[in-house]
Ligand binder design. Structure first.
Ligand code: SF4
Length: 229
């Protein structure tokens, strides 16, 4: 019964955030302060320099820009997707297309209570260059690039990681058998950091009925961070 009530509460909160008025659930504890340090900024900048005009895999041939990642060096939350799409490739920034707008909206609605906006999190991808026709990155491409996202995690040391979609969680745990439908919504652990696997926003654009599940996953992340504040 508890789980059903929790799911119902989550769905109501989701629809409330969409602007559909309903029950109000009391505000959780405020406020997370996000510190900024030059050291992590410098380390990220050095890593970006190390990547340089990378040609370590065949994705280099078709890209317009390397999409390194962006956000606060001291972010409490790090979002990891699989790779840049068309708009990201053009702009050189992660999650700026339609799926990016959905992710931004999700972050700003869900984490408003703890004063976290998109600019307060860190967002990056497993591969830094766009796979042609938005296909999945291939094994050799992931193998060539994965060291960079691992270093970004080491530098940023987020309190929680949210992986977006199948490729990100499979890569992080080096397990191609992980199914997103089986693992989403439950915390895993990567080098001592809690990891919440959830759906990729591009999937949610095609499957809008599943949006509330990602909303529920983010609620768990919110509760984790609120417990830390
Ligand atoms: S995807 Fe990664 S490894 Fe491949 S060229 Fe781009 S930056 Fe280099």
């Amino acid at each position: 019964m508890g789980n059903i009530l929790d799911d119902l509460k989550t769905m109501l909160e989701f629809y409330q955030a969409l602007g559909i008025e309903g029950m109000h659930f009391g505000p959780p504890e405020p406020a997370v302060e996000v510190a900024v340090s030059g050291d992590r900024e410098l380390l990220l900048s050095e890593l970006r320099q190390e990547i340089g005009d990378c040609a370590r895999c065949k994705l280099s041939g078709g890209r317009k820009n390397i999409v390194f990642g962006e956000g606060k060096p001291y972010a409490k939350i790090m979002f990891i997707g699989e790779g840049p799409g068309r708009e990201e490739d053009i702009q050189g920034r992660p999650f700026v297309g339609e799926a990016g707008m959905l992710l931004t909206s999700l972050i700003e609605k869900k984490f408003e209570e703890i004063k976290i906006e998109r600019s307060d999190v860190y967002i990056a991808n497993i591969v830094k260059c766009r796979p042609p026709m938005n296909r999945d990155p291939e094994e050799d491409e992931i193998a060539s690039c994965r060291g960079f996202i691992e270093r970004q995690i080491e530098i940023i040391q987020p309190e929680v990681i949210v992986t977006l979609g199948r490729i990100a969680i499979q890569t992080l745990f080096d397990n191609p058998k992980l199914k997103i439908t089986a693992v989403r919504g439950r915390f895993m652990e990567y080098k001592g950091i809690p990891v919440m696997p959830t759906f990729h926003p591009a999937y949610l654009l095609r499957n809008r009925a599943d949006k509330w599940k990602t909303w529920a996953d983010m609620q768990k992340v919110l509760e984790l961070l609120s417990g830390h504040s």
